[in-house]
Design a protein around this ligand. Structure first.
Ligand code: NAP
Length: 275
């Protein structure tokens, strides 16, 4: 892994987090390349992370073993079609972190026998606590799969899905997921203020409770449902709140929301592929 040259096309938020994670986990900055259209972005990456920079995507592609496509989905077609002539089909791996761009579209724009891993990371990657699902096309070797997994693992956990279509469900679960927790925090904060707590106290209690619940869930063998039962005494305060959630249709509402997100992900993929 450390001997591989990794290039990032697009040096924005996601790429800089990945690069930071890679360097922190021992990858040499001299083995990392970044190309971007924004000179300020490049300058700041060179100064802060000491990586190689270029404003020329073709130059980057000619120099690296792995190309991480980290531009916005709307410019992906333009970017990939332009670099197509410099792709080394035999050796190179392309890792796309762009939401909604299918492997079929990427293969059409980059060249049909190109090794492509498509990923769906999420925003907590920006604080090294991301959750990423990956899917490889049939050209990707086992060694390339390990490489892709290691790159994404630099900013959190990464796991493989069997079918590319599962990435639409992943988008609905973990891609959009942070916003669901923020909504719950927002609603709890509003209620806490109504109950007489000040904003600062309410916010800190809610944030730490979310972190604590997530830690227990990650560290325990129990299912969420078992964990919930363990903290709910019959006739107690938690039971009162949970009954109120259930009476309001909380579980079917969550299901409806995730189905809506999954359907929108499918729709957006079609729109982006057609451009
Ligand atoms: N942020 C997240 O949490 C998150 C989560 C999941 C997936 N993703 C995916 O990650 C990708 C990157 O997102 P981001 O938030 O990091 O975006 P970003 O901060 O806007 O970074 C994209 C960078 O690419 C540059 N760029 C634009 N056109 C280019 C070109 N032709 N060649 C080279 N560089 C070019 C942009 O420059 P300008 O600023 O000058 O346009 C910008 O610096 C997106 O596809 C997104 O779907 C992001």
């Amino acid at each position: 892994m450390n001997t591989k040259k990794i290039g990032f096309i697009g040096g924005g938020n996601m790429a800089s987090s990945l690069i930071n994670g890679l360097i922190t986990s021992g990858h040499s900055a001299s083995q990392i390349w970044v190309s971007d259209t924004n000179p300020d972005t490049l300058q700041s990456l060179a100064e802060n992370l000491k990586v190689n920079i270029t404003d020329n995507n073709d130059e980057l592609v000619k120099n690296v073993d792995v190309v991480v496509l980290a531009v916005k989905p709307q410019v992906m077609r333009l970017v990939t079609e332009k670099i197509q002539n410099n792709v080394d089909n035999k050796e190179q791996l392309f890792v796309s972190i762009a939401a909604g761009i299918s492997q079929a579209s990427l293969a059409e724009w980059l060249g049909n026998d190109v090794a492509i891993v498509r990923c769906m990371p999420n925003t907590p990657a920006l604080v090294m606590t991301g959750a990423t699902a990956l899917h490889a096309n049939s050209v990707v070797s086992n060694e390339q799969k390990d490489l892709a997994e290691n790159i994404l693992r630099a900013v959190g956990i990464s796991l493989w899905v069997e079918k590319e279509s599962e990435l639409d469900a992943v988008t609905a679960v973990s891609g959009s997921g942070p916003a669901y927790y923020f909504l719950l925090m927002e609603a709890m904060e509003e209620a806490a203020l109504q109950l007489g707590l000040c904003e600062k106290t309410a916010r800190l209690l809610i944030q730490q409770t979310a972190l604590g619940a997530a830690k227990i869930a990650l560290e325990s063998e129990d299912t969420p449902s078992e964990l919930r039962r363990k903290v709910t005494s019959p006739g107690g305060t938690t039971e009162q709140a949970l009954n109120t959630f259930n009476d309001g249709g909380f579980t079917p509402l969550v299901s409806k929301a995730l189905h809506a997100a999954r359907d929108r992900s499918i729709e957006m993929s079609k729109e982006l592929g057609e451009k």
